[in-house]
Design a protein around this ligand. Structure first.
Ligand code: AKG
Length: 252
């Protein structure tokens, strides 16, 4: 795997992701980091626990050792201004304007989270497309992943398969939980082409909701924090009476 960096819409359309280095800096980055540390230390719900998902390496249940390890804090847009200000910031808007050439909405029903990858009890996230559990009339949403610390292969940085958002697969390429099967020969070849999104604090990864991605657990001794929001074009709408339509979206 090799790291690829490019910031053009052409690169995004071709590869299904792009990285903007140091999009967030200085006081804004410090304020977001402080808000993240505060949220992690008070550990208030709503949150998703590692134990709830039963991914590889996760504590067996909330009652087992490490069972109270938070995988992500949810609904963060409404929980701290530092987070909502990033989600609607000019830096994010300018990049999204190039990728989505119409009005853009921040989606509150998906991601909208502070990811916390704990060194001891974090799990491995297998290959998947985020759109698998979302309900929209078009599959063209984009997620924005802000690194608050260094993200490396060792602490579970995202890995992505370039160009996979453009590919069509059969149902049999995925398992029951809609993870891309690791051991199927045709899948393996694609997985070998994956890159690691190595990020420094303030770097932002933009990725398409159909891009196959995965992450390993954190093998360092420092928790990794990332702030993640998802956006949709105005002409892409959630299907009524689904999780994707529960909360109203925010025009940015
Ligand atoms: O950080 C991880 O383990 C992966 C997160 C991810 O892929 C997701 O939330 O969709």
């Amino acid at each position: 795997m090799s790291e690829q960096i490019n910031s053009s819409a052409g690169f995004f359309n071709q590869n299904g992701f792009l990285i903007r280095r140091k999009l967030v800096t200085g006081l804004q980055l410090d304020t977001i980091k402080q808000a993240a540390v505060k949220m992690a230390s008070t550990a208030k719900p709503p949150a998703e626990y590692e134990a709830d998902l039963h991914y590889e390496g996760a504590p067996q249940s909330r009652k087992h050792e490490g069972g109270r390890t938070v995988r992500r804090f949810l609904d963060v847009y409404d929980r701290d201004r530092a987070f909502s200000e990033f989600g609607t910031s000019d830096g994010v808007k300018l990049v999204l304007a190039k990728l989505i050439e119409q009005d853009v909405y921040l989606v509150r029903n998906h991601h909208n989270s502070l990811m916390t990858k704990n060194p001891k009890y974090s799990s491995q996230t297998n290959w998947h497309r985020d759109i698998r559990y979302w309900h929209y009339d078009h599959e063209n949403l984009i997620s924005v992943w802000l690194a608050l610390g260094n993200e490396t292969r060792e602490n579970g940085a995202l890995m992505l398969i370039p160009g996979s958002h453009r590919l069509e697969f059969e149902r049999q390429n995925f398992d029951d939980r809609l993870f891309f099967k690791k051991n199927l020969p045709e899948n393996k070849a694609l997985i070998e082409s994956a890159i690691v999104a190595v990020l420094a604090p303030g770097d932002v990864l933009f990725f398409h909701c159909r891009t196959l991605h995965a992450a390993s657990s954190n093998t360092t001794n420092v928790t990794k924090h990332s702030l993640v929001f998802t956006y949709r074009p105005e002409s892409t709408n959630p299907v009524d009476n689904t999780r994707s339509s529960e909360k109203s979206d925010i025009k940015i």
